[in-house]
Ligand binder design. Structure first.
Ligand code: SAM
Length: 264
């Protein structure tokens, strides 16, 4: 039976890319993300890359355009259908293989198959058992390969509870990181786990990964001053700052999301 995460993403799949493409904050968020991903792409273009919980293939397509072969997985059939259309439009069907898979079960892939594993845009926060999922992602990663994961940041997510006047839930959320959120496009509720930096670093260390980098996305502006992003000049400056300060410990927790890079 489908869970609410899957139902939500099936529902928003058709308009997902248009919404992301037209949202200025998303543009900033993705530019910061791409700057980070590019630093850890395998030198060898024959390395196979896994985009786990890759949705409509926003990262898979960008990476395949550089010449890599990518396996794109997701739990939502409709997100994968949208990805398939985009992959065909970009003539990348020979570079990207689509497999429907839950990140909590990667048994269909050989151990140590991928040179880089990406899990971008919260699948680990949404999957219901992040410890199990992380183990699976590490299992299929090659030795000396990188795992890049981005998740909800517990500190900034307090604001969602404040906005919804759910003051009674704040203490429990701060302690556990668990909360039910309502997706703003589908209005469907589902539980998430939001991480602290320490928790995320410990999780990586426990799974034998050396933590190379933790960044906040985005550490300047957050969603507050969308207007400013409209002009090219401020955008350029704000992006530069977001990238320069992304891994500065004084700034990381301003980001709505945390992104961590581990080496196996
Ligand atoms: C916000 S979207 C991000 C999509 C893509 N990674 C990106 O950055 O554009 C979150 C994605 O995680 C997927 N997802 C959530 N739980 C999952 C799970 N347990 N296994 C695989 N994918 C999952 C959703 O279906 C959705 O496509």
């Amino acid at each position: 039976m489908k869970n609410n995460v899957e139902i939500c993403h099936d529902k928003i799949a058709e308009n997902y890319d248009t919404k992301c493409d037209n949202d200025l904050y998303m543009r900033l968020y993705e530019d910061v993300t791409w700057d980070n991903i590019k630093r850890f792409l395998p030198k060898n273009k024959n390395s196979l890359i896994l985009d786990a919980g890759g949705g409509t293939g926003r990262w898979a397509v960008k990476i395949a355009k550089l010449g890599y072969n990518v396996v794109l997985t997701d739990i939502s059939n409709n997100m994968l259908k949208a990805a398939e259309k985009k992959i065909e439009r970009n003539n990348l069907s020979n570079k990207i293989r689509i497999v429907r898979a839950d990140i909590k079960n990667m048994r269909m892939f050989q151990n140590e198959k991928f040179g880089l594993v990406l899990c971008e845009g919260d699948p680990l926060s949404y999957c219901g058992d992040y410890k199990k999922a992380l183990k699976e992602l590490v299992k299929v990663l090659k030795k000396r390969g990188h795992l890049i994961v981005s998740v909800d940041n517990r500190i900034t997510n307090i604001y969602h509870l404040i906005k919804q006047k759910k003051f009674d839930e704040i203490e429990n959320f701060l302690r556990t990181g668990n909360v039910v959120i309502q997706d703003s496009s589908s209005y469907i509720d589902f539980p998430i786990h939001a991480f602290t930096q320490e928790e995320l670093k410990n999780l990586f260390a426990k799974n034998g990964l050396k933590v190379l980098r933790v960044i906040g996305k985005c550490v300047i502006l957050n969603k507050m001053i969308d207007e400013l992003l409209k002009d090219k000049k401020p955008y350029k400056h704000i992006l530069k700052l977001c990238i320069r300060l992304a891994d500065n410990s004084d700034y990381i927790n301003f980001g709505g999301h945390l992104e961590i890079v581990g080496l196996k």
